[in-house]
Write a protein that binds this ligand. Structure first.
Ligand code: 13P
Length: 253
Protein backbone atom coordinates (compact mmCIF):
# COMPACT_ATOMS: atom_id res chain seq x y z
CA UNK A 1 0.00 0.00 0.00
CA UNK A 2 1.52 3.30 -1.07
CA UNK A 3 0.64 6.30 1.06
CA UNK A 4 -0.61 9.07 -1.24
CA UNK A 5 1.27 12.35 -1.43
CA UNK A 6 -0.33 15.71 -2.04
CA UNK A 7 2.33 18.36 -2.50
CA UNK A 8 1.63 22.04 -3.00
CA UNK A 9 4.10 23.89 -5.16
CA UNK A 10 3.58 27.56 -4.42
CA UNK A 11 6.13 28.51 -7.09
CA UNK A 12 7.20 32.19 -6.88
CA UNK A 13 4.16 33.27 -4.89
CA UNK A 14 3.49 34.48 -1.37
CA UNK A 15 5.38 36.96 0.76
CA UNK A 16 6.20 35.99 4.32
CA UNK A 17 3.00 37.58 5.64
CA UNK A 18 0.92 35.85 2.96
CA UNK A 19 2.62 32.52 3.64
CA UNK A 20 1.79 32.75 7.32
CA UNK A 21 -1.86 33.45 6.55
CA UNK A 22 -2.12 30.60 4.04
CA UNK A 23 -0.49 27.94 6.15
CA UNK A 24 -2.38 28.91 9.30
CA UNK A 25 -5.64 28.54 7.43
CA UNK A 26 -4.52 25.26 5.89
CA UNK A 27 -3.57 23.90 9.28
CA UNK A 28 -7.13 24.44 10.46
CA UNK A 29 -8.68 22.85 7.40
CA UNK A 30 -6.68 19.64 7.56
CA UNK A 31 -6.61 19.06 11.28
CA UNK A 32 -8.29 15.65 11.15
CA UNK A 33 -6.60 14.24 8.08
CA UNK A 34 -4.55 11.06 8.22
CA UNK A 35 -3.33 8.58 5.65
CA UNK A 36 -1.89 11.09 3.22
CA UNK A 37 1.48 12.79 3.16
CA UNK A 38 0.83 16.51 2.87
CA UNK A 39 3.73 18.62 1.68
CA UNK A 40 3.89 22.38 1.38
CA UNK A 41 6.66 23.75 -0.84
CA UNK A 42 6.85 27.45 -0.11
CA UNK A 43 9.43 29.87 -1.53
CA UNK A 44 12.80 29.75 0.26
CA UNK A 45 12.06 33.02 2.03
CA UNK A 46 9.06 31.53 3.82
CA UNK A 47 10.40 28.08 4.70
CA UNK A 48 11.43 28.97 8.22
CA UNK A 49 8.20 30.66 9.18
CA UNK A 50 6.08 27.95 7.57
CA UNK A 51 8.00 25.32 9.52
CA UNK A 52 7.33 27.16 12.77
CA UNK A 53 3.59 27.04 12.04
CA UNK A 54 3.35 23.42 10.87
CA UNK A 55 5.41 21.98 13.72
CA UNK A 56 3.39 19.26 15.43
CA UNK A 57 0.92 18.92 12.54
CA UNK A 58 0.79 16.37 9.72
CA UNK A 59 2.04 18.91 7.19
CA UNK A 60 5.57 18.41 5.92
CA UNK A 61 7.89 21.05 4.54
CA UNK A 62 9.39 20.97 1.06
CA UNK A 63 11.51 23.29 -1.07
CA UNK A 64 11.15 23.97 -4.78
CA UNK A 65 14.78 23.58 -5.80
CA UNK A 66 18.31 23.33 -4.47
CA UNK A 67 21.92 23.13 -5.60
CA UNK A 68 23.89 19.91 -5.22
CA UNK A 69 26.92 21.27 -3.34
CA UNK A 70 26.81 21.46 0.45
CA UNK A 71 28.40 24.89 0.86
CA UNK A 72 30.88 27.29 -0.69
CA UNK A 73 31.22 29.97 -3.31
CA UNK A 74 27.97 29.49 -5.22
CA UNK A 75 26.34 32.90 -4.97
CA UNK A 76 22.59 32.78 -4.86
CA UNK A 77 22.26 29.04 -4.42
CA UNK A 78 20.69 27.06 -1.57
CA UNK A 79 22.20 23.76 -0.43
CA UNK A 80 20.64 20.52 0.83
CA UNK A 81 22.29 21.21 4.18
CA UNK A 82 20.45 24.53 4.40
CA UNK A 83 17.13 22.94 3.49
CA UNK A 84 17.61 20.26 6.10
CA UNK A 85 18.61 22.91 8.61
CA UNK A 86 15.40 24.86 8.09
CA UNK A 87 13.27 21.71 8.50
CA UNK A 88 12.62 20.54 4.95
CA UNK A 89 11.93 16.87 4.39
CA UNK A 90 11.17 17.08 0.68
CA UNK A 91 12.52 18.96 -2.31
CA UNK A 92 11.05 19.40 -5.79
CA UNK A 93 13.71 18.87 -8.44
CA UNK A 94 13.75 19.35 -12.20
CA UNK A 95 10.43 21.14 -12.45
CA UNK A 96 9.70 21.90 -16.11
CA UNK A 97 9.78 25.63 -15.35
CA UNK A 98 13.36 25.22 -14.17
CA UNK A 99 14.25 23.06 -17.14
CA UNK A 100 12.73 25.63 -19.48
CA UNK A 101 13.58 29.02 -17.95
CA UNK A 102 16.86 28.13 -16.26
CA UNK A 103 18.03 25.49 -18.71
CA UNK A 104 18.39 22.79 -16.10
CA UNK A 105 19.49 19.53 -17.66
CA UNK A 106 18.64 15.97 -16.69
CA UNK A 107 22.28 15.52 -15.61
CA UNK A 108 21.93 18.41 -13.18
CA UNK A 109 18.64 17.04 -11.90
CA UNK A 110 20.36 13.73 -11.22
CA UNK A 111 23.18 15.44 -9.29
CA UNK A 112 20.58 17.24 -7.21
CA UNK A 113 18.66 14.02 -6.61
CA UNK A 114 21.80 12.30 -5.34
CA UNK A 115 22.61 15.25 -3.10
CA UNK A 116 19.06 15.28 -1.72
CA UNK A 117 19.35 11.63 -0.76
CA UNK A 118 22.66 12.18 0.95
CA UNK A 119 20.92 14.66 3.25
CA UNK A 120 17.93 12.43 3.74
CA UNK A 121 15.65 14.75 1.81
CA UNK A 122 12.99 13.06 -0.31
CA UNK A 123 13.31 14.23 -3.90
CA UNK A 124 10.16 14.90 -5.91
CA UNK A 125 11.57 14.64 -9.41
CA UNK A 126 9.44 16.20 -12.14
CA UNK A 127 9.30 14.84 -15.64
CA UNK A 128 6.98 15.38 -18.58
CA UNK A 129 6.60 16.21 -22.24
CA UNK A 130 5.66 19.51 -23.85
CA UNK A 131 2.83 20.05 -26.33
CA UNK A 132 4.92 19.55 -29.49
CA UNK A 133 6.47 16.39 -28.10
CA UNK A 134 3.06 15.04 -27.26
CA UNK A 135 1.65 15.92 -30.68
CA UNK A 136 4.52 14.19 -32.42
CA UNK A 137 4.11 11.02 -30.36
CA UNK A 138 7.31 11.49 -28.38
CA UNK A 139 5.83 11.40 -24.87
CA UNK A 140 7.17 7.99 -23.91
CA UNK A 141 10.64 8.59 -25.29
CA UNK A 142 10.93 11.89 -23.37
CA UNK A 143 9.77 10.19 -20.17
CA UNK A 144 12.13 7.29 -20.72
CA UNK A 145 15.08 9.63 -21.27
CA UNK A 146 14.34 11.63 -18.12
CA UNK A 147 13.77 8.56 -15.96
CA UNK A 148 16.76 6.63 -17.26
CA UNK A 149 19.06 9.55 -16.46
CA UNK A 150 18.22 8.88 -12.80
CA UNK A 151 19.02 5.18 -13.07
CA UNK A 152 22.66 5.90 -13.88
CA UNK A 153 23.32 7.42 -10.47
CA UNK A 154 20.67 6.23 -8.04
CA UNK A 155 21.21 2.79 -6.56
CA UNK A 156 18.51 0.33 -5.65
CA UNK A 157 18.71 1.02 -1.91
CA UNK A 158 17.53 4.58 -2.53
CA UNK A 159 15.39 4.21 -5.62
CA UNK A 160 12.29 3.10 -3.71
CA UNK A 161 12.19 6.39 -1.79
CA UNK A 162 12.10 8.65 -4.80
CA UNK A 163 8.89 10.44 -5.71
CA UNK A 164 8.29 11.04 -9.40
CA UNK A 165 5.86 13.72 -10.52
CA UNK A 166 4.60 13.26 -14.05
CA UNK A 167 3.68 16.74 -15.16
CA UNK A 168 2.80 17.10 -18.82
CA UNK A 169 4.01 20.63 -19.55
CA UNK A 170 0.97 21.48 -21.67
CA UNK A 171 -1.25 20.82 -18.63
CA UNK A 172 0.60 23.11 -16.22
CA UNK A 173 -1.27 26.27 -15.33
CA UNK A 174 -3.53 25.92 -18.35
CA UNK A 175 -6.64 24.53 -16.69
CA UNK A 176 -6.31 21.63 -19.14
CA UNK A 177 -5.59 18.60 -17.03
CA UNK A 178 -4.55 15.36 -18.71
CA UNK A 179 -7.26 12.78 -18.95
CA UNK A 180 -6.88 10.56 -15.88
CA UNK A 181 -6.62 7.35 -17.89
CA UNK A 182 -3.94 8.80 -20.13
CA UNK A 183 -2.02 10.08 -17.11
CA UNK A 184 -2.31 6.66 -15.52
CA UNK A 185 -0.87 4.98 -18.60
CA UNK A 186 2.19 7.19 -18.39
CA UNK A 187 2.55 6.60 -14.65
CA UNK A 188 2.31 2.87 -15.31
CA UNK A 189 4.98 3.19 -17.95
CA UNK A 190 7.24 5.01 -15.45
CA UNK A 191 6.68 2.22 -12.92
CA UNK A 192 7.57 -0.38 -15.54
CA UNK A 193 10.81 1.46 -16.26
CA UNK A 194 11.66 1.33 -12.56
CA UNK A 195 10.70 -2.32 -12.43
CA UNK A 196 13.01 -3.28 -15.27
CA UNK A 197 15.90 -1.41 -13.64
CA UNK A 198 15.40 -2.19 -9.93
CA UNK A 199 12.87 -5.01 -9.82
CA UNK A 200 9.23 -5.17 -8.96
CA UNK A 201 9.58 -4.55 -5.22
CA UNK A 202 11.17 -1.13 -5.71
CA UNK A 203 8.78 -0.26 -8.52
CA UNK A 204 5.78 -1.03 -6.32
CA UNK A 205 7.21 1.17 -3.58
CA UNK A 206 7.82 4.38 -5.48
CA UNK A 207 5.16 7.00 -5.47
CA UNK A 208 4.31 8.50 -8.83
CA UNK A 209 2.29 11.68 -8.77
CA UNK A 210 0.41 13.54 -11.44
CA UNK A 211 0.70 17.31 -11.82
CA UNK A 212 -0.94 19.80 -14.16
CA UNK A 213 -4.16 21.70 -13.42
CA UNK A 214 -5.15 19.47 -10.51
CA UNK A 215 -8.16 20.87 -8.69
CA UNK A 216 -10.87 19.71 -6.28
CA UNK A 217 -13.01 18.61 -9.24
CA UNK A 218 -10.57 16.30 -10.99
CA UNK A 219 -8.61 14.90 -8.05
CA UNK A 220 -11.01 12.04 -7.27
CA UNK A 221 -10.90 10.71 -10.77
CA UNK A 222 -7.12 10.93 -10.82
CA UNK A 223 -6.79 9.21 -7.45
CA UNK A 224 -9.04 6.37 -8.61
CA UNK A 225 -6.39 5.30 -11.10
CA UNK A 226 -4.12 2.40 -10.18
CA UNK A 227 -0.78 4.14 -10.67
CA UNK A 228 -1.47 7.72 -9.61
CA UNK A 229 -0.25 8.01 -6.04
CA UNK A 230 -1.06 11.64 -5.47
CA UNK A 231 -0.61 15.06 -6.98
CA UNK A 232 1.78 17.94 -7.31
CA UNK A 233 -0.48 20.95 -7.18
CA UNK A 234 0.35 24.46 -8.38
CA UNK A 235 -2.38 27.09 -8.61
CA UNK A 236 -4.88 25.29 -6.38
CA UNK A 237 -2.31 25.05 -3.56
CA UNK A 238 -2.33 28.83 -3.19
CA UNK A 239 -5.74 28.66 -1.52
CA UNK A 240 -6.16 26.78 1.75
CA UNK A 241 -9.67 25.68 0.88
CA UNK A 242 -8.96 24.19 -2.53
CA UNK A 243 -5.71 22.59 -1.39
CA UNK A 244 -7.40 21.02 1.62
CA UNK A 245 -10.22 19.71 -0.58
CA UNK A 246 -7.62 18.02 -2.78
CA UNK A 247 -5.93 16.56 0.28
CA UNK A 248 -9.24 15.24 1.59
CA UNK A 249 -10.07 13.57 -1.71
CA UNK A 250 -6.73 11.79 -1.65
CA UNK A 251 -7.33 10.61 1.89
CA UNK A 252 -10.77 9.14 1.32
CA UNK A 253 -9.88 7.05 -1.70
P1 13P B 1 -0.86 23.92 -11.86
O1 13P B 1 -1.51 23.02 -10.83
O2 13P B 1 -1.03 25.36 -11.57
O3 13P B 1 -1.21 23.51 -13.24
O4 13P B 1 0.73 23.67 -11.70
C1 13P B 1 1.22 22.38 -11.74
C2 13P B 1 2.64 22.40 -11.34
O5 13P B 1 3.48 22.86 -12.08
C3 13P B 1 2.99 21.86 -10.02
O6 13P B 1 4.36 21.72 -9.89
Amino acid sequence: MRIPVIAGNWKMNKTVVESIALVKELKDFIREIKGVDIVVCSPFTSLWVVKEIINGTSIHLGAQNMYWETKGAFTGEISPLMLKDVGCEYVILGHSERREHFKETSEEVVKKTKAAFSFNLIPIVCIGENFEERESGKTKSIIEQEVKALFLEIDSTLAGRIIIAYEPIWAIGTGKSANSQEANLINKFIRELFSSEYGNKVAEQIRILYGGSVNPKNIEELMNESDIDGALVGGASLYALTFSQIVKAAEIL
